[in-house]
Design a protein around this ligand. Structure first.
Ligand SMILES: Nc1ncnc2c1ncn2[C@@H]1O[C@H](COP(=O)(O)OP(=O)(O)O)[C@@H](O)[C@H]1O
Ligand SMILES: O=c1ccn([C@@H]2O[C@H](COP(=O)(O)OP(=O)(O)O)[C@@H](O)[C@H]2O)c(=O)[nH]1
Length: 238
């Protein structure tokens, strides 16, 4: 049997992908499917660190956040990622995967704080680590948190699991003529202002020479194909 292409990966799960077809929140069937995919990979012995987004919950409260101070709204967004992380870890427990949630903001009664050596220890023990609360700073995104934590834990690659199946020449949800790249350099992605990830996330990965693979989380078997190094999604490289 062929072996996984990676020993340690940072998986970024879009919060919005957790909604499934709902308007906001966590769709049970969707989270279970995602966790089943993650479990398959974990059972291969691949060390998995996960950064989870919060768009699915934040969208539900966003109308009430109108006119709100940006930093305050961002802290709400970070708290949303904590809720998703707890749901994700619990769903993993149901399928026999041990997960540990670590938060970038202090919320000790709920989850343990992010401590880098502890995270590394969990990964070495084969536990899945779920990083919650993004970078802990307003004005950042969970994509940047994925680049940051991926660099910190020496992941070989950042796997951005999202709603589209890769990086396109333009937003495929808006432009039907957008074409899919099989690979693209960081410099080109930044120069072309491709919005699939923010420029801060791209730049950090570029500087750390940490490649990114963008792929669809809703496409059956896509995560496994990415892990096995097969043709899937778009590779963003130095
Ligand atoms: N050039 C592009 N290639 C691919 N996706 C793009 C591009 N520009 C914008 N996007 C959008 O970026 C989104 C992926 O980012 P993600 O962080 O998962 O979503 P969100 O920001 O909605 O949570 C896709 O849903 C897609 O509509
Ligand atoms: O380091 C971070 C990460 C996230 N956020 C906030 O949390 C929200 C949810 O994260 P994101 O939009 O990246 O999640 P996703 O797009 O994956 O659902 C963001 O909109 C920000 O408001 C933040 O302020 N700092």
């Amino acid at each position: 049997m062929s072996k996984p292409a990676y020993k340690r990966v940072l998986l970024k799960l879009s919060g919005e992908a957790l909604m499934g077809d709902d308007a906001y929140g966590i769709n049970r069937g969707t989270i279970e499917r995602m966790v089943a995919d993650v479990a398959e990979v974990a059972k291969l012995g691949v060390e998995l660190a996960i950064v989870i987004g919060g768009g699915n919950i934040f969208r539900g409260v966003a109308p009430g956040a109108q006119g709100m101070d940006r930093a305050t709204a961002d802290y709400m967004g970070m708290l949303a990622t904590v809720m998703n992380a707890l749901a994700l870890a619990d769903a993993m427990r149901h399928v026999g995967i041990t997960a540990r949630v670590m938060s970038a903001i202090g919320i000790e009664q709920v989850v343990e704080p992010y401590v880098r050596p502890k995270a590394l220890q969990y990964l070495e023990e084969g536990k899945v680590v779920v990083f919650a609360a993004g970078t802990g700073n307003p004005f950042f995104t969970t994509d940047t948190a994925a680049s940051l934590r991926g660099s910190e834990v020496s992941a070989e690659i950042v796997l951005k699991a999202t709603k589209v199946d890769g990086v396109y020449s333009a937003d495929p949800k808006k432009d039907p003529n957008a074409t899919l790249y099989s690979s693209i350099s960081f410099d080109e992605a930044i120069a072309k202002h491709l919005q699939v990830m923010d420029a801060t996330a791209f730049a950090l990965c570029r500087d750390q020479k940490l490649p990114i693979k963008v792929f669809s989380i809703t496409k059956p078997g896509a995560l496994m194909r990415v892990i096995m190094g097969e043709e899937e999604g778009t590779l963003v490289h130095v």
